[in-house]
Write a protein that binds this ligand. Structure first.
Ligand SMILES: Nc1nc2c(ncn2[C@@H]2O[C@H](COP(=O)(O)OP(=O)(O)O)[C@@H](O)[C@H]2O)c(=O)[nH]1
Ligand SMILES: [Mg+2]
Length: 189
């Protein structure tokens, strides 16, 4: 995802750099491409829209169009905003404990299961041995029991990372939160 995003942005930057003169319309063209690149990388449309809006405001505020190197200045504004958007510090995963436990939380359809699979694959490529139990709450099923069993299974099978893909909800509900708190206490390193 980041490879394709950076490839597209490189292109936009190349075009911007090549512009001897800059006008509101060619900046708008470039920003449209940046917006498309962000959308392609699955950035939420509102985040992408606000991003472009902030870059535009800054470009206008700094009177980029009259400056000597307008393209460079627009690139810098985009760059700074991207750093702001993606976070200026690298936040790694907390992987203490054996197995290290990761719990996916979020509303129904927010991408927990998909991200669990992606995470498992990423960790596997990094030489780790993830286990991915999916919790589906059926009737009386006690999630703490399933979680304990999953922990036991992970230890017995030399899995050093356990990813809990929890059941989604349409709303955050209190019993679910309580259940998750107990689950968290159970897997705390
Ligand atoms: N575009 C896009 N769709 C995603 C992404 N992650 C998940 N989805 C889709 O969103 C829907 C819900 O994802 P899922 O992982 O089942 O969400 P969960 O209910 O939180 O487990 C599915 O149709 C996924 O294919 C993502 O990063 N980008
Ligand atoms: Mg799911």
């Amino acid at each position: 995802m980041f490879d394709s995003l950076s490839g597209k942005l490189q292109n936009v930057f190349k075009n911007l750099r090549g512009l001897g003169k800059i006008s509101e319309s060619n900046v708008s063209d470039s920003l449209r491409e940046v917006r498309m690149a962000l959308l392609d990388a699955d950035v939420h449309f509102k985040v992408a829209r606000d991003f472009i809006e902030r870059v535009k405001q800054k470009a206008i505020g700094q009177q980029v169009i009259q400056s000597i190197q307008p393209g460079q200045q627009v690139i810098k504004i985009i760059h700074d905003e991207l750093v702001e958007l993606l976070g200026s510090q690298h936040a790694g995963l907390q992987l203490s404990g054996n197995p290290a436990c990761l719990m996916m939380l979020g509303l129904h359809g927010s991408g927990k299961t998909t991200s669990s699979g992606k995470l498992a694959r990423l960790l596997q490529r990094q030489g780790r041995a993830p286990l991915l139990p999916v919790f589906v709450k059926r009737g009386e099923t006690d999630i703490l029991k399933i979680a304990s069993q999953a922990l036991g299974f992970a230890r017995a099978n030399n899995r050093n990372i356990l990813i809990f893909d929890t059941a989604g909800r349409l709303h955050i509900d209190e019993p679910l939160v309580q259940e998750l708190v107990r689950l968290r206490d159970l897997v705390k390193p």
